[in-house]
Design a protein around this ligand. Structure first.
Ligand code: HEM
Length: 456
């Protein structure tokens, strides 16, 4: 049977202008083509709920198909499909409980100190802050420490291997663009071509880092509160229970995805948030008052409960994630034929499904005056006035972001540390409206994002 979505709609999706195009397409409920491949563009929050959660059994995968022999670091939670994904998700879920987050909180404070020192240096020199780079070093150090058990020293050592490799992996690499394109358009070819999507030297670096951490811990009886330890404990438990333990490569792959998925998403959120606060001084003052008050109640310290309990900070971060969701789109693949409720439209097995997070987040029906930065939208008295599934920065359902708690914790902690010490102002030549770099999957500003700061 011909897929009715294919037959009815032939909108062309211009990947170069993806962000703007998605907003435009948002209003045309239906499907698009990627070359010859039909894609169902889901725009109704009720249908999003069916696809992401209620009828998840039809849409369990993202349609990634890699040759894991050639790309062993690619066999991580984000890419895995079917049973392999389910087993890994069950194993990793206990890694992100609030108890585990609390144990890692001091590492975040430690990694924040060099960030404050760097900002202070620039304030003394009356120089502008390249904020993407500064918060990128902070989140690299946090994730490097928690996911690999290593001190990355991104501030002291600008050539730090972690920072350098992170930059390369998330830059607009042609090979990666081709991989994404093939993944949707010719997935069978992607599986067959002998291409390494992660350069060999970077793979060697990450696998070598994990191996040496594992060796160091076992020969010196070192125990730390971090992700590597949790993965190692799991390996031991599987051995004791007579189950197949994770291999070193599987452990390395999970640490790798925590690193890749964890540092840039939080650092772009922090930099866009500081940009908004620089242009909205009233919001910045209100937020700083909350931070100062919370610290006073905790003997002048930032604590895990203090940071996570701040309601206005939560509103500011959620509003930032609404305007600048790091991943502007969610992907799912239909595993078997699925008829959309109350319609005669059937998505055939193999149809890609796109959910435009950006489109939902800028829909005037749910967010009046969507360009305006209004943290009050996320206060208790307002947030229930919208339908569910209209705020999706972390996705939803069984395949949502497993690291959302950690991402929120590092973002909020870094912001609270900065705003407690400094006032941020727009940098030279910066305009309020941001131009995004369409070549990078994660929403990123084209060029630098500059701020000025003042000591309080
Ligand atoms: C502000 C921070 C972050 C944002 C906005 C974010 C966003 C997302 C989104 C949108 C997805 C796809 C969800 C879906 O398809 O429904 C995702 C998946 C994922 N994220 Fe995050 N993320 C963040 C931080 C993190 C951190 C800190 C980690 C790890 C430490 C992490 C690890 C992952 C993993 C492993 C997946 C794949 C989950 C699966 O397929 O089962 N993320 N994230």
């Amino acid at each position: 049977m011909e897929n009715p979505i294919t037959a009815q709609h032939g909108l062309k999706y211009d990947l170069k202008n993806a962000h703007d195009e998605l907003k435009r397409l948002r209003h045309k409920h239906g499907g698009i083509y990627l070359i010859h491949q039909p894609v169902y563009l889901c725009v109704d929050p009720e249908v999003c709920k069916l696809i992401l959660t209620k009828d998840f059994q039809y849409f369990g995968g993202r349609g990634a198909s890699f040759d894991y022999k050639k790309n062993p670091l690619g066999q991580h939670l984000f890419n895995l499909e079917g049973e392999a994904w389910r087993n890994m998700r069950v194993k990793l879920t206990p890694t992100f409980t609030s108890g585990k987050m609390k144990q890692m909180f001091d590492t975040l404070l430690d990694c924040g100190i060099p960030m404050l020192e760097r900002i202070d240096e620039l304030v003394q020199q009356k120089k502008s802050l390249d904020i993407k780079e500064i918060v990128g070093c902070y989140t690299t150090d946090v994730i490097g420490s928690c996911a690999f058990g290593l001190e990355c020293n991104s501030f002291k050592d600008p050539k730090s291997e972690f920072r350098k490799n992170g930059r390369i992996l998330l830059s607009a690499r042609p090979i990666f663009t081709i991989a994404i394109f093939l993944r949707f358009v010719m997935p069978s070819i992607l599986k067959k071509i002998p291409v390494k999507f992660i350069p060999q030297d970077i793979e060697d670096f990450f696998v070598g880092a994990i191996k040496s951490v594992i060796d160091h811990r076992s020969s010196n009886n070192v125990y730390r509160n971090d992700f590597v330890q949790i993965l190692l404990d799991m390996q031991e438990k599987s051995k004791a229970d007579g189950q197949e333990p994770m291999t070193v490569m599987e452990i390395a792959a999970q640490s790798f995805v925590f690193f890749i998925a964890g540092f840039e998403t939080s650092s772009t959120t922090m930099s866009f948030c500081l940009h908004e606060l620089a242009f909205n001084q009233d919001v910045q003052d209100k937020l700083r008052n909350e931070i100062k008050k919370t610290m006073q109640e905790n003997d002048g310290k930032l604590t895990y409960d203090g940071v996570m309990g701040m309601k206005y900070l939560d509103g500011v971060v959620n509003e930032t994630l609404r305007k600048y969701p790091p991943l502007p789109m969610l992907f799912r693949k239909c595993d078997r034929d699925y008829t959309l409720k109350d319609t005669n439209t059937t998505l055939e097995a193999g149809t890609n499904v796109f959910i435009s997070i950006l489109g939902l987040h800028y829909d005037e029906e749910y967010y009046p005056n969507p360009e305006k930065f209004v943290p009050e939208r996320f206060m208790d008295e307002n947030k229930h006035s919208r339908p569910q599934y209209t705020h999706l920065p972390f996705g939803e359902g069984p395949r949502n972001c497993i690291g959302s708690r950690f991402g929120l914790m590092q973002t909020k902690t870094g912001l609270a540390m900065i705003l407690n010490k400094f006032r941020v102002l727009p940098g030279p030549g910066e305009t309020y409206k941001i131009n995004f770099n369409p070549k990078i999957t994660i929403m990123t500003k084209k060029g630098d994002l500059l701020l000025m700061a003042e000591n309080l």
